[in-house]
Write a protein that binds this ligand. Structure first.
Ligand SMILES: Cc1ncc(C[n+]2csc(CCOP(=O)(O)OP(=O)(O)O)c2C)c(N)n1
Ligand SMILES: [Mg+2]
Length: 302
């Protein structure tokens, strides 16, 4: 049953507890909380190395109230596939009578770059796992190095004059594998996001969610702006909210009037060097316009 209101989600039990060390305003904490509310207690979480892992599992504490496995940077999807097979075998042999949700939470570095081949293998085999990439657009845990998901123009410690390439299209890669379900998500649109997680875990095959996660430290913004930035990413067209199911792509949140990309960029220190550079702004605006045309968003209104 889809969630009808935010309250339907909020009242659900928490399986990600608040006693963790993630930064104030960290979008990953909000993603983890919502994911855990939706997937519930009969779930196994597979988490590759990254901010979410180091900040929620410091011995002897853990923020996870369900079985959780920390895996190496490159093999989250492969471990999930193994766990899925083990459960399938136990259920088939009637040694277990209850199914579990096998859910990966992995960063953009762990997904777009180093874990991509394991993910491709799981998608190709059709393994029944849900893979959620929380995308803070850099290798944040090790000190803000660029990843394949870093957006054009963004400063990181390894793109000091601004990233020269556009974000890797992870959704396109998932869809090219003909996964059962793929969707983008935003913490500013919780109902949309929660319903996408619910759909993802109900699939009889691989599902993928690409979730934008503002990072106060790496993007250089005031922690109170996390949700506002998440919303602006959608409103500018830089982060269209859509889903892929049964061979078709569908926009799930319409944006009749788009905000100019500058509205989003100017709130983040990582773009400070380009907000007065017309050429760079035109490039980023054109990229948003391209996405808007592809997904059917409205025109920019100043
Ligand atoms: C094979 C390997 N290379 C490098 C590292 C060091 N390392 C640990 S976490 C991390 C960055 C993770 O980036 P991402 O997946 O985007 O997650 P985030 O920290 O941004 O949440 C790196 C480079 C590692 N653990 N293993
Ligand atoms: Mg990252």
């Amino acid at each position: 049953m889809p969630f009808k209101s935010i309250n339907d989600i909020i009242v659900k039990q928490d399986f990600f507890s608040p006693g963790h060390g993630l930064c104030a305003g960290c979008g990953a904490a909000q993603i983890a909380r919502i994911v855990m509310k939706v997937v519930g207690k009969d779930s196994i979480i597979i988490n590759s190395t990254g901010c979410l892992e180091v900040s929620t599992t410091t011995y002897p504490w853990t923020a996870w109230k369900v079985p959780y496995i920390h895996v190496a940077f490159e093999n989250a999807a492969a471990v999930a596939s193994g766990i899925r097979s083990a459960y399938d075998a136990l259920i088939m042999k009637k040694k277990l009578n209850k199914d579990v949700n096998v859910v990966v939470l992995a960063g953009d570095g762990g997904t777009a770059d180093i874990g991509l081949q394991a993910l491709s293998g799981a998608f190709e085999r059709g393994d029944r796992i849900t893979y959620i990439c929380y995308d803070n657009e850099a290798y944040m845990n090790t000190g803000i190095q660029r990843s394949g998901a870093t957006p054009y123009g963004a400063w990181t410690t390894t793109s000091p004059s601004g990233q020269r390439t556009f974000k890797k299209d992870l959704m396109g890669i998932a869809i090219a594998h003909r996964v059962k379900y793929a969707a983008t998500a935003s913490i500013a649109y919780l109902l949309d996001a929660a319903n996408k997680v619910e759909k993802a875990i109900s699939m009889n095959g691989p599902s993928f969610i690409h979730w934008l996660q503002p990072c106060t430290i790496g993007w250089r913004f005031d922690p109170k702006l996390t949700v506002k930035l998440s919303r602006l990413a959608v409103k500018t067209g830089l982060w269209p909210l859509y889903e892929y199911y049964d061979g078709a792509v569908k926009l799930t949140v319409q944006v009749p009037k788009r905000a100019p990309v500058l509205e989003y960029l100017k709130l983040q220190g990582r773009f400070r060097h380009i907000i007065n550079n017309k050429n760079e702004l035109v490039k980023i605006q054109s990229y948003a316009d391209e996405l808007a045309a592809k997904f059917g968003l409205g025109p920019v209104s100043e």
